[in-house]
Design a protein around this ligand. Sequence first.
Ligand SMILES: Cc1cc2nc3c(=O)[nH]c(=O)nc-3n(C[C@H](O)[C@H](O)[C@H](O)COP(=O)(O)OP(=O)(O)OC[C@H]3O[C@@H](n4cnc5c(N)ncnc54)[C@H](O)[C@@H]3O)c2cc1C
Length: 501
Amino acid sequence: MTTSIWKAKASNNHYPPLQGQLEVDIAIVGGGITGITSAYLLAKSGVRVAVLESMQVGGGTTAGSTGNLYTMVDNRLHHIQAKFDKQTARTVAESRTAAVDFIEQLTLDYDIECSFKRQPWILYTESGEEKKIIQKTKEALRDFGLEVEELQSLPLPFQIDSAIKVENQAQFNPAAFVSGLAQNIEKDRCKIFENTPVHHIEKGSPHILHTPNGKVTAGKVILATHSPKGVYALHSKLFPHREYALAAKLKSGEYPEGIFWSTDSKTHPSLRSYDTADGKYLITVGYHHKVGQEDPQKDYFGDLEKNLRRIYDVEEVVYKWSAQHYKPADGLPYIGESSDDNIYVATGFSTDGLTYGVVSAMIFKDLLTGKENKWAKTYDAKRFTPLKSAKPFIKENLNVLKEYLKDIPGKAEAGMFSEVKKGEGKIIEMKDEKWAVHRDEDGKLCAASAVCTHMDCIVNWNNEEKTWDCPCHGSRFRPTGEVIEGPAFSPLDKRQINPEK
Ligand SMILES: Cc1cc2nc3c(=O)[nH]c(=O)nc-3n(C[C@H](O)[C@H](O)[C@H](O)COP(=O)(O)OP(=O)(O)OC[C@H]3O[C@@H](n4cnc5c(N)ncnc54)[C@H](O)[C@@H]3O)c2cc1C
């Protein structure tokens, strides 16, 4: 089933779409963990809030994650320490620990059924070559006062070289958490709307947010859309990656307990178990690549499954899904006011955003109600860190430039509509313009301009997921051109097909 296990196991309360006009103090675009936790905290502080969600609350990347909560970071705390300083890494560790504790508190206060469970976090290496990563991570974590245990073996069915373990991290069902928290937001001060995409923000004082059947006037806006909607210089410092996940049933019934991370940075598969009413599942996540730049020869889901079957007696793969994350140029997320007055962003979470999303909400609660926040400066979205960002910034933006160069004439994938087979998408050149042409399983053709509506890059066909993906800044579109995710506001421009061509 190509849906995430979290969505399948979480019940969502349904919210109506926005009809008509509304005035609030703060409009929150996006109802993932960042948007809903921000709405909860702001409404509790006495502010009038509206959440505008284009699809379903908690159904975005939050439901595409692995559902792990931890102090550590994907990019490792010792890298942050090396790039910035000890104090910055300490702030990251402190804010993330506080966010995990806060999530736990919320689940207890409101009895949110989301399988929240304290679990150990384990980093292991299978080869001696990566022992150094284990050693450095261990030293950094001990520096931050965390108790680190060294291990020589793990409850996993393969040999390891070495590992470290930190107790008291956590796991949950993120979609169920967000759905449960949404039900407990103060209703007098917060309105939630689903199926309400914001397709334009008229910037001003106040800002006006336009949706298909209504508009919202708000003094302040939070773009809790994972990647900020619209054109921001910040996008040149965010590098979008897709990653694959699956949940399987095992024959043996021996499911490992904990958060298992491998040091293998290439495939980066992580493992965890999840206990449900219909039994346990083993979840594995990995094999990431830049959005819109997958290797067409590769079968990412297939490779992930092969890797799992290599080590486990898999009975059945029940769920598979993929999701997107944005790596920040200097290794820290961007949280705070954007280059537009009173428009706030929370992005660049890498694969650590369930916790960073809650850190963002805690920061927004203070910043948007006129209070100081001790973590805000570290994550400031307007920070300028050229030396710390330079290497990835240059590498990634050269990669973006390479994608822009695809717009030169003559670089099309097909010359005739007949070359586009059922279920396929191809770029065809028509009147000096590139078209994104798709033929559905019934043989019906549809076409749109292949120029991404965010910043004019040429989209690529993603055959695995049957979508048009922008390789520059990560916008993704349905085969017929509607926006799925990423910074683009507008759909690909529709084109009329002359079937004779
Ligand atoms: C494979 C994978 C595994 C991960 N595992 C973990 C993990 O174990 N732990 C962890 O901490 N992090 C993990 N992450 C990262 C984490 O999932 C994300 O960082 C986090 O969920 C981001 O939450 P969010 O609320 O900011 O964004 P989202 O959950 O994506 O929410 C944004 C919402 O905005 C809505 N939206 C977008 N555009 C509009 C619009 N125009 N109008 C209205 N609404 C709009 C979307 O529909 C969506 O619901 C993982 C990420 C990936 C890809």
